[in-house]
Design a protein around this ligand. Sequence first.
Ligand code: FAD
Length: 377
Amino acid sequence: MTIDIIGAGIGGLTTAIALEQKGFKTRIFEQAENIKPIGAGIILASNAMQVYEKLGLRKAIEENGNSISSLNITNASLKPLSKMDLSYFENKFKVKNVAIHRGVLQQILIEKLSDSTINLNHKLNKVLENTNGHSLEFQNGEKIQSSTLLGADGLNSIVRQNLFFNNNIRKANQICWRGITKYSLPQKYQNELNEAWGKSERFGFVQIANNKVYWYALKSFKKNKEEFNLNKIEDYFCKYDSIIKDIISSTKKEQINTAEISDLAPINNWHKENVCLIGDAAHATTPNMGQGACQAIEDAYVLSECLSKYDLNKAFKEFQKLRLPKAHQVVKASWIIGKMAHLSNPILIGIRNQIIRLTPSSINRKQTEQIFQLSSV
Ligand SMILES: Cc1cc2nc3c(=O)[nH]c(=O)nc-3n(C[C@H](O)[C@H](O)[C@H](O)COP(=O)(O)OP(=O)(O)OC[C@H]3O[C@@H](n4cnc5c(N)ncnc54)[C@H](O)[C@@H]3O)c2cc1C
């Protein structure tokens, strides 16, 4: 059986690797003309790293990234509101949480593929059902017959829009800037992710390699992201700790990536006959828990296990049964965190910060453990 995958993002590539290792043949179709490194980092949490351990990629990722031993929420002056020590999870799951450059991760994934071809410049325009499966129509004029199709084509998935209902993309009304800069954080921050919460905005930063820091900054807007100007980003965070101000000013403006934050309102059906959605195409989340790609990576593992054990129909059903509750839990919790993080009323901010400070670490640990635990297939 040849499995066709639309999209060579983290979800599509990891799925192709997992399927290859189970003996399936895959073809990947990607709209981009070439796979360009994105100027941003990514945090691969324990659940993702457990999958990469199974796929034989843990070592390469650890060697090319930087391990993170604490996830902290702070105020604008970097005074901690909560600290999540990750050593408990490292001991339990035997993997670290790793921050890495997205381009480096992409390269590691591409190099791990052995048989699969990545067909670049293949933007899927239309999927049409026929008696033998589906006909895929690409913008470059090619038409391909597919017997088994995976939509790994992200938030605005064409596979989902063509074949599934409920495509409600929700706007969080937050702008997000991401950048990478040559910078070495003070020793105490070297193995931590710190996210500083202010008023209707926040700033996160992490060391991803020697002398390389990845950062992201988000701000709420009323009507649209044009309310903000990248050239004024220093002003927006002028009341923050000097490390944050240094990080921003040391980043070349033309290398800062600007995006709007959205997710997909949870949908209850990810598969139909010989087609299945995975990753952001099925369950795009806001980035507030750093779990979007991790959930796509879990999909790759669970789906490849299901396909190797069951016939296609049962495999897709089992996959959805195993993955949907957790993926939706992440989407819902992440949406709420995004609202909490961007409160603007000083009284509510004070109450929120007090609640965060007083929440016992055992509660945070229990919730995180649920997210980090892989489903057994
Ligand atoms: C600001 C921000 C920070 C984030 N930080 C983290 C983090 O720290 N940790 C984490 O786990 N997640 C994080 N995420 C989420 C993560 O980036 C996504 O969940 C993840 O990239 C989803 O992977 P995917 O492969 O499903 O989709 P995508 O990455 O969207 O990949 C889809 C691929 O399909 C291709 N494609 C799209 N349409 C077509 C078409 N019609 N034809 C052919 N190809 C097509 C695209 O070009 C792309 O290559 C973050 C997201 C944001 C916005």
